[in-house]
Design a protein around this ligand. Sequence first.
Ligand SMILES: [Zn+2]
Length: 378
Amino acid sequence: MIRILALLLSLSLPARLAAADGGADEGPRIRVAIARGAPALKLKTSSRIYALDVKSGKKYLLLENASYDIKGSGDSVLVAGQQLSSPVKLLASEGQERIRLGKNLYKGDILLRAAPGDRLDIIEYLSLEDYLYGVLPVEMSPDWPLESLKAQAVASRTYALKYINPARDYDVTDGVEMQVYNGTSKVNARIIEAVTTTRGEVLKYKGKLVTTFFHACCGGHTASAKSAWGEDVIKPLYGVPDPFCSPSRHSRWSFYASSPDLLKFIQRLGSTALKIKSVRVYRKDRSGRAATFRFTTDKGVKDVPVTELRKYLGNYEFRSTYITGISSVKGGYQFGGRGWGHGVGMCQEGAKYMALKGRPYKKILHHYYPGASITDYD
Ligand SMILES: [Zn+2]
């Protein structure tokens, strides 16, 4: 069923592309891929939206709370079977209303763009500051103390800015591989204050933006980027002792893995073992995190990277590589550890407790990114 109601207007509208829409004082703009390289997808609306064929200036009305099949087709975008030239811009239907797709509210301009291979990208264009309103409440709880949210705002702003690259089709994605972003539905007064009071502030080291990694909880010492990913490391990412996150409930964890499960894991990595005799941490990095486990088996030893085991058992359950003990228990092994996440950069739990102790956000940032300076972008 064709859900586009009517061809409403064919007069030329001011069809400037969103990228050029930003006011001069808005600062950098960012392009967020809400969908990328999708073969076909359902566009769900929760308000009335116009789809604007930018080239012809024709506008089509999409109904509220409706679902539309959209797909790329060569240089065109098919919306409910209707062929429009790529790109198609989505416009709020009236006044101050913004675009609502599914459960999410988007403040920026949204483009549907044909991508190679009859695929489709949905890109939101918005100011970096508006983007932070969407990132902040997802990456850190909006109820946390203001100074920790301000520290997160500076870290998230810096991280996003590192990825702005006009040579690519978009700058960032909206998933966990970057910073999670679901539009700006969750913004509250505290988030607005955290973003606006740090407006434009970023972290630099020797004149360059720092890749401001952050994670849930370090467990007592942050990790160096080098030991986490083998990246060349600069001083702000060496890793620091962190006494602040110890009250956090995430500072310690334990995980039980059965012997058959562990056996399956090392067999996948080429071991011919039929029985595991022991498991221990074989090698640690300089921040004290485990780098390699040694499995002693009936067929000799098998050394495996801890990150591989973590991926296999689940990063959510096997919370970190900061291992404090492994004990043999009935039918398997009990792993004990500290912290949650990769451990590089700012420890969010630590930032929260620093803020609760009255530390201002600049102190928090200097603690987790030592040697970096807080400065305005460019
Ligand atoms: Zn910590």
